[in-house]
Design a protein around this ligand. Structure first.
Ligand code: PGA
Length: 260
């Protein structure tokens, strides 16, 4: 049986300043351990240099919250994969719903940029998930399959495993409503099954995360689900104490998986 790692990814959104970032990153360095769960921090882009100086050589990785499909050029306000790499990023988030909803990202551009990330040696964290209306209409399966398709078209199923998929229902993000562990498990099992039809070995190794109002109270039950390989954490990463509790739960999941 394949044992997939457990991930805890901090999406710091447009929060923080140099002093707060330092406090957060130093707390992570001090209180997380080296080889159990995988911890990644995605700060706002201007703070990537700070993340690099504090985290370089440590067990904590960092990444961008977005990326252009182009390496350079007249794209005001965009950040290229080369720039992320220059600041030591190993990861990049693609297609977060807060960007999709404001019209910056769509399914096709996410597919293109997933491919660009891989070509530049970055691990894309692809965010997918349905709106409240789609959820209420029972369309979640259809929506996540639609969102995955351009990625499959661009990179093919084998390269999909070089990224991470985060299922983030739009109605759960920032709302204080965590999706139930059963719902999350059903959707992640659907995604894994969908990929298994194309290539079973990719489905087995692909890391699938959940994101949407995860807290220290809800993380353990979510991480106990067989197809949940960790979480993408927004609000709860603004408090290092809460975030560290979630990291601890991810550590426990990893240890239990190895002990089984
Ligand atoms: P949240 O954000 O934990 O605040 O809901 C998660 C995300 O947007 O990735």
């Amino acid at each position: 049986m394949t044992i997939r790692p457990t991930w805890v990814i901090a999406n710091r959104k447009m929060h923080g300043n140099q002093a707060e970032n330092r406090q957060f990153l130093e707390a992570l360095l001090q209180h997380t351990s080296t080889h159990q769960a995988r911890c990644v921090v995605c700060p706002p882009h201007p703070y990537l240099h700070q993340a690099q100086s504090l985290l370089a050589g440590s067990h904590i990785a960092w990444g961008g919250q977005n990326m252009s499909r182009y390496a350079y050029g007249a794209y005001t306000g965009s950040v290229s994969p080369l720039m992320l790499k220059e600041f030591g990023c190993q990861y990049v988030m693609i297609g977060h719903s807060e960007r999709r909803q404001r019209g910056h990202d769509n399914d096709e551009s996410c597919g293109e940029r997933f491919e660009t990330a891989i070509q530049h040696g970055l691990t894309p964290i692809l965010c997918i998930g349905e709106t409240l209306q789609e959820y209420q209409r029972g369309e979640t399966d259809w929506v996540v399959a639609r969102q995955l398709q351009p990625v499959l078209n661009h990179v093919g199923v084998d390269a999909l495993a070089r990224g991470i998929i985060a299922y983030e229902p739009v109605w759960a993000i920032g709302s204080g409503i965590t999706a139930s562990p059963q719902h999350v498990q059903t959707i992640l099992a659907f995604i894994r099954g969908h990929i298994a039809l194309l290539q079973p070995s990719v489905a087995e190794t692909l890391c699938l995360l959940y994101g949407g109002s995860i807290t220290a109270q809800t993380a353990a039950d979510l991480f106990a689900m067989p197809d949940v390989d960790g979480g993408l954490i927004g609000k709860a990463c603004l408090d290092s104490g809460h975030f560290l509790e979630i990291c601890q739960m991810a550590e426990t999941r990893t240890r239990l998986a190895w002990a089984a």
